[in-house]
Design a protein around this ligand. Structure first.
Ligand code: AHR
Length: 656
């Protein structure tokens, strides 16, 4: 095939085109959020149950119970860990935390350990608490100590640094606190908000895990959608304590002191600490140079059903808040937006932001009202009307996105009033669906409506769910993405989802794979040598996001529905020209590029090529199976390129 490239740009490529979609779906606590202790503050657990002790174990005969403390460390954290040393004890008696499926011990790191303690009954005891990291076989890898006195009956915080003498070969390690059993026999000590941080991204306190944050930053994202996804919904299955409106994600429960964050039963089957809260997100965006696409709750409830091992999910039976109840939720959404951009002089949420160290507003141009509200389409018209009406009046500078269905005509289904300025569209499908739908947006009306492809990914090979992104899937996604570039006059943003953990874009060591109770998968992760596994789809996202320029050049159209797709974009300033080719078929192809409209075209360019067998994947056992290869390539006013079967190529040359 010959592809003639037009010299004159048809439209600008929006700077927001490529970004990331994040929610805490096995990816915040134990993932992006660097805290190493699981169940660190006994949030949302039922005291005096074994579940309340998740991740905690007694050492050498200690008695451990999670109690509803009569003198809690804070109103938001009512539970504490009660540790008793039985009479007749000897040796080190204490307790451990196993972390999120292990703890990485790195001798180049200084760990920050902290906790609150108090003696529930005053005693004359004086002794030493040893705090440290130990291999599960018992070898102590790092330790520090502090003196404690039985007269300390009010909560007292201890901060210690742990410096391991050597790195551990695997993550089968735990955090521990112990006392001399003989000295402390008969004593009881309560502990609350125990925490262990490794160094963090940009050294932020309460910050993010460096390797994951750096991997995200390297992708060149322009935006970050948060906090969900279904994590923003109110769901009712697979949650430890059940859910109600009270347990929804609420921005104001995620800010300030960690003692003031109650956590919540997250929507994906485990408790969210909310340690990764509004300020941590916003600071991360600034650190990486991306902007938020922030969602507010729209009054929708979901019943989530999560199917294993196909990694598929359904949302069923959505119900909604009645219109008469919405006012308080709309005010909370206004407050959430004001926390991000409000004026501290006139807005209490903005003043709170200023008090937390950021008087200047953060950047915020896009706010999404709800998530996948097509599941509650019958009630979305009144919810959209009330949320959008109020929020757009208060924040006319913000573009709001609807999350119900929309037709190619740009008319909402259901029709929304006032009409939505933008829609968020999601698709989880097979490789074939993606290349067959590379022309999805070509037929959409150009009527001022813009689109956010807020979630998309190949999640199935056509017969069953996939465990890891495959080359066939990633090249199908790339084919679809060439269509997003062609239609970037109306598609202003796009993000693969989910971002972290399988079968997602990036996986990481020692956090659990999708469901935390799959022991065989957990074992795989414990033995994994690498710490971050970049999937083939990760590389596709990065190749597209970091080679895009600012203008779209039309060219001969690919065959609609075929397996071979391309797009050409250019940096107007430098003349760098990016030719992307996605071959999602099982045979190599041949394309002759005709750039004769340009005055000059560099005779040499670079080729970045990702290719492999259809089912090839990057996994913990083989994380580097398929990675992009760079090489030089002859370019010029005409040149022929033969993309291999199942491949994604970016050819960069210079045109004037
Ligand atoms: O990405 C996983 C889930 O898929 C999101 O939470 C939801 O929006 C979609 O159904």
């Amino acid at each position: 095939v010959t592809v003639t490239v037009n010299k004159t740009a048809s439209h600008s490529v929006p700077s927001t085109l490529y970004g990331q979609m994040f929610e805490d779906i096995n990816s915040g606590d134990g993932g992006l959020y660097a805290e190493l202790l699981q169940n660190r503050a006994f949030q949302q657990v039922t005291p005096n149950t074994s579940n309340a002790l998740t991740a905690w174990s007694a050492l050498n005969g200690a008695h451990l119970t999670v109690i509803a403390d009569p003198v809690p460390v804070s109103k938001s954290l009512p539970n504490s860990l009660q540790f008793s040393v039985p009479s007749g004890s000897s040796g080190d008696v204490g307790f451990t935390n196993s972390g999120f499926w292990g703890i990485k011990v790195d001798s180049s790191w200084t760990y920050k350990a902290s906790f609150y303690y108090r003696f529930p009954a005053s005693s004359s005891f004086s002794g030493t608490l040893t705090v440290g990291l130990r291999a599960n076989g018992g070898t102590v890898l790092a330790h520090a100590s502090t003196e404690v006195h039985g007269s300390t009956t009010s909560w007292t915080q201890v901060n210690l640094e742990l410096k391991p003498a050597s790195s551990a070969p695997d993550v089968n390690n735990s955090f521990f606190i112990s006392v001399d059993g003989a000295e402390a026999a008969g004593q009881t000590i309560n502990f609350a908000m125990l925490s262990l941080f490794p160094p963090t991204f940009k050294d932020r306190p309460n910050g993010l895990r460096i390797d994951i944050a750096e991997t995200l930053a390297e992708m060149g994202p322009a935006f970050f959608r948060f906090p969900g996804g279904n994590n923003l919904e109110v769901s009712s299955l697979f949650t430890p304590t059940g859910q109600s409106t009270a347990t929804r994600w609420q921005w104001n429960a995620t800010v300030g002191s960690l003692l003031d964050r109650p956590g919540r039963p997250g929507d994906w089957g485990y408790i969210n600490t909310d340690g990764l809260g509004m300020m941590e997100y916003l600071q991360f965006f600034e650190d990486v140079g991306m902007e938020p696409i922030m969602a507010v709750w729209s009054g929708e409830y979901l019943l989530l059903v999560f199917l294993l091992p196909g990694i598929e999910w359904y949302s069923l039976g959505g119900t909604s808040e009645p219109e008469t109840n919405l006012a308080g939720f709309i005010q909370q959404a206004k407050d959430q937006i004001n926390f991000v951009i409000g004026d501290p002089e006139t807005s209490a949420p903005a003043a709170l932001r200023a008090s937390l160290g950021h008087p200047d507003p953060f950047k915020l141009r896009f706010v999404e009202i709800g998530n996948e509200d097509f599941f509650a389409a019958s009630t979305y018209p009144y919810r959209w009307h009330d949320f959008f009406g109020n929020l757009s009046a208060a924040f006319p500078q913000i573009r709001f996105l609807a999350t119900s269905d929309v037709r190619a005509s740009g008319v909402g289904d259901p029709v929304l009033s006032p009409p939505a300025p933008s829609y968020d569209i999601h698709v989880y499908q097979t490789p074939a669906w993606f290349y067959e739908n590379a022309f999805f947006y070509d037929s959409f009306a150009r009527n001022g409506m813009t689109y956010f492809e807020g979630e998309y990914a190949v999640t199935s090979d056509g017969s069953s769910g996939i465990d890891w992104p495959t080359v066939a899937g990633s090249s199908g996604e790339a084919a679809f993405m060439t269509g997003l570039e062609r239609n970037s006059d109306i598609v202003f943003a796009a993000s693969y989802a989910p971002l972290l953990q399988r079968p997602d874009l990036i996986s990481f060591e020692y956090a659990p794979p999708f469901a935390r109770n799959l022991e065989h998968l957990a074992d795989l992760w414990r033995s994994s040598a690498g710490s971050v596994i970049k999937s083939t789809s990760y590389y596709v996202q990065k190749l597209f996001a970091t080679n895009v320029g600012d203008e779209y050049l039309t060219s001969t159209l690919p065959t609609n529905g075929g397996t071979l797709h391309w797009s050409v974009t250019r940096s107007s300033g430098s003349g760098e020209t990016f030719i992307k080719v996605a071959n999602a078929g099982n045979a190599s192809a041949s394309i002759t590029f005709d750039l004769t409209q340009f005055g000059t075209v560099s005779r040499a360019g670079t080729l970045q090529l990702l290719t492999g067998g259809a089912t090839a994947s990057n996994t913990p056992e083989a994380p580097l199976t398929v990675v992009p290869q760079s090489s030089n390539i002859a370019t010029g006013k005409t040149f022929t390129y033969n993309p291999p079967a199942f491949s994604v190529s970016v050819i960069t040359t210079r045109t004037q």
